[in-house]
Structures are given as C-alpha cells and as structure tokens.
Design a protein around this ligand. Structure first.
Ligand code: PMT
Length: 416
C-alpha cells in the first residue's frame, strides 16, 4: 500500500465513519482535514448513521455522502470501485471493533469494507470503542493483522468513556488524526523529492541574516537583514530534496521544517561554521548580510559616555564566500549582491572577484523589496563557463524567488 507519486498533488481522502458515539468527532475531523487542503468524501456505515446524519457530513465535505454498497444511482456515478480508485488515502475514524474485524479478515459486506479491499491507497485507522472491547484478545489480534498488512493506526486515548468506563478506547482528537495524515503526505512528498527533486541528494549550506559585531557588552554594529530571503531559500532547497544546513545570524524566524540550523553572531563565527561544513557541501549559498568590518578592540565593559565624540576603530572581516570559493574542494558557489546603484555592474564584478559560479543581485535602496520585505526582485548572473544567459526574476514573494533560484542552481549544476 504505497503512496503513488502521481497522487500527491490532489490529496484525496475517503473518510470512513463507523458506528460509535465518537462519530460526532468525525464532523470536526472533516473540518480539520479540509483545513489542510484535502478533498474529502465521506462513507458512512449503517451504525454511524444512528449517531450522526449523512447531511452533516454532506454540508461539511461539500459532497453527497456514500452509505450503500448496492446503490444503482451511486454505481452509475461514484460507486465503491470508483471511490476506491479515487482515494489517495483511506481513513477510518472512528473505526469500530466490528469494522476493524471486517478489514482484518477480508469481509466485504458493506460499502466501507468493500472500499478497503478494493483500494490500493494507504489506510489509516483511528479506533474508538469501549475499553474492554479494545482490550479483548480478538481486537488486539485483528489490530496486529492490520499493522502487518501495512495499515497505520492512530492509537486511541485513555480516559472516561461515554459508557461510564475509564480506560483506553477514546477516539484520538480530530486535530491529532488530521495532523498524522498530513505528516504522512508531507513525508511521502519528501521521500519523492529526495529521489527526484531538483537538488536531490545535494548537501546545501546557506548563510542568512545579519552578523553582529560587538562594540562592548551592550552595543553592536549590524544591518537590516531579517533572514527572510535566506530562510526562504533553505525551505526551497529542502523541498527540492536537498539536505540543508542554515548558518544564521540573529533573526526572529523559526527554523524551516527539516533544516538544520547553526546559530552564530559574528562574521568570524559564520566563517568558522562555514569552513567546518565545506568538505561535505555541494552548494554554498551566501545570502547573509555579513558586516564587512568589525571593531578592532571590543571593550570588556560598557563604554561610558564621555566627550562629544567617540572614535571606534574598525578592521576588515574575512570575506566568507570568497574564502569558501578558494577551498581546494569547493562547492558550487552562489553569492548575493546587495547594491543601491550600478547594481548589475557591481554584481558582475563581485561574481568575478569572489570567484563565484552564480550571483543574485537585488536593489536594497527600494523599500518594497530587499531588506525585511516579504518580496524581492533579482537578476541572476552565471560565471562564463556555464554559458547561461542572465535571468531576471520579477518582483514576487521571497518564497517564489527562492524556488526560481533553486531552479537556476539546478540548471547550472546540470550543465557543469
Ligand atoms: O534578510 P532579508 O531581510 O530577507 O534581506 C535579504 C538581503 C537583502 C540581505 C539579501 O537578499 C542579500 O542581498 N544578501 C546579500 C547581502 C550582502 O551582504 O551583500 P554584499 O553585496 O555586501 O556581499 C556580497 C556577497 O558576499 C554576499 O553573498 C555576502 O553574503 C558575501 N559576503 C560579504 C561580506 C563578507 N565579509 N563575507 C561574505 O561572505
């Protein structure tokens, strides 16, 4: 029961609702599944209809509810075989003791058990029943069979039950069931990206955000970088199947899913972290706004206010991207250029001077793009040996710009 690559775009779920007081929770489950963007069709057993009406699910899912195995009208539209083929995933919640037994033993005497047998889609089952029924040897035997058959179980919770008993058997919360299903699709998509994505199997290191150069224990020199561009690129590289390490200066952003983050403060710390990772790195992307200078002598204690003027002497910081580009086993090097004038000219000069493979330049004098904005616009240049024309990335969300940059990197890598 493997998820097929072609099915990933649509994410269609057949939700089987079987008899039990927990059936009312499935109404909330439909809402949560739809929050994730899933297309949901509901199949109800006769038992379920004693607890909640098909009309409720019809209103929530936006589709007629399927209840009968032998329904001439349904068979000419979407009958059990069509539903079984349509589903990217079959979710049974709540799964009664009886429905679990049917699935485990291959019975096909109602619509849901027939879909279970006729579908190739992965199956998730969220049981709900009285604690004694849950503990019964036959139930546990049937569950073991389902797990052996590749069915995923969302375990029930312990607590007070509708019948007054206390114990294991309460349906897991709808939010938890929906999240488990969503995680399953996300992981499946990730598995496919790792095999077929634009950066499948590549180790990518990204620098992001500003650096902070200390003046004394309470003051520092920094810049307006928020890390948004670099973090968006980290996300896009991960989605393209890469293993991503993000070396980040101080920013207030959450680490993107699946990305490893190394937190630094100064340019020197960023360089040290980069050098440690360079050997295993295939692509190095320098989006960080690194301070070009640092304070020559950081004061040990807070500098006290004294005369009208204060002179702080600065010394040059190492150029991180240029240093990495000089390593013997160098990765594919992507630099950024933040300019306020002669943008393309300066960017091309940096591409050469820093011995980069590719550079993306942006105009940081504009307030609608560049620093801190959610959008950016860039021009990309490649080193001569790639014979690739410049690429203009029109103003768009940084997430979209990031995906286009990944595409540019993949094109250059494919030609190198
Ligand atoms: O973080 P956001 O708010 O989203 O803003 C995004 C951004 C404007 C910071 C980003 O799009 C950007 O332009 N990053 C590069 C900023 C920069 O420092 O550019 P630069 O032209 O000064 O440097 C050229 C290249 O050398 C850059 O790749 C830079 O990371 C690298 N560099 C610079 C100095 C240094 N000491 N070491 C470096 O590695």
């Amino acid at each position: 029961m493997k998820l097929e690559a072609k099915a990933l775009q649509t994410r269609r779920i057949v939700l089987g609702v079987t008899g039990g007081i927990a059936a009312y929770k499935s109404a909330i489950l439909v809402r949560r599944l739809k929050d994730y963007g899933f297309d949901v069709r509901v199949v109800m057993s006769h038992g379920a209809q004693a607890f909640i009406t098909p009309l409720t699910f019809q209103a929530l899912s936006g589709y007629p509810v399927h209840t009968e195995l032998l329904d001439a009208e349904a068979e000419s539209g979407m009958g059990h075989i069509e539903l079984a083929r349509w589903a990217d995933l079959l979710l049974i919640a709540p799964a009664s003791c009886d429905s679990i037994a049917k699935c485990a033993n291959g019975l096909a005497d109602d619509l849901l058990s027939t879909i279970y047998l006729a579908s190739k889609a992965p199956v998730w089952v969220a049981p709900a029943m009285n604690q004694q029924m849950w503990a019964a040897k036959s139930t546990q035997r049937n569950l073991t069979t389902l797990v052996e058959d590749g069915v995923h179980i969302v375990m029930p919770e312990a607590g007070e039950q509708a019948c007054g008993d206390v114990g294991l058997g309460r349906l897991a919360e709808p939010e938890q069931i929906a999240a488990a299903v969503n995680d399953f699709f996300a992981q499946a998509e990730r598995d496919i990206s790792e095999k077929f994505g634009l950066l499948a199997g590549k180790n990518v290191v990204i620098t992001a955000g500003p650096t902070r150069e200390l003046i004394d224990p309470v003051r520092y020199i920094s810049n307006h970088s928020t890390g948004k561009m670099g973090f968006a690129i980290a996300e896009a590289c991960y989605a393209a199947g890469a293993k991503v390490t993000l070396i980040s200066g101080p920013v207030s952003l959450n680490t993107p899913n699946g990305v490893q983050r190394i937190q630094i403060q100064t340019a020197q710390e960023m360089l040290e972290a980069s050098l440690q990772l360079v050997e295993a790195c295939d692509v190095f992307i320098a989006t960080a706004a690194v301070a070009d200078y640092r304070v020559a002598h950081v004061a040990e204690h807070k500098i006290k206010k004294a005369g009208d003027e204060l002179t702080v002497s600065l010394i040059k910081n190492p150029d991180i991207v240029a240093t990495i580009a000089q390593q013997q086993q160098r990765p594919f090097m992507v630099g950024f250029a933040a300019e306020t004038q002669n943008i393309e000219e300066y960017a091309k000069a940096k591409l050469k001077a820093k011995k980069l493979d590719m550079i993306a330049c942006n105009d940081v004098s504009r307030s609608d793009i560049g620093f801190a904005s959610d959008e950016n616009a860039m021009t990309v240049f490649f080193a001569e040996q790639y014979h690739l024309p410049q690429r203009i990335l029109e103003k768009a969300a940084k997430k979209d710009i990031a995906m286009q940059l990944v595409d540019s990197i993949a094109k250059a890598l494919a030609g190198s």
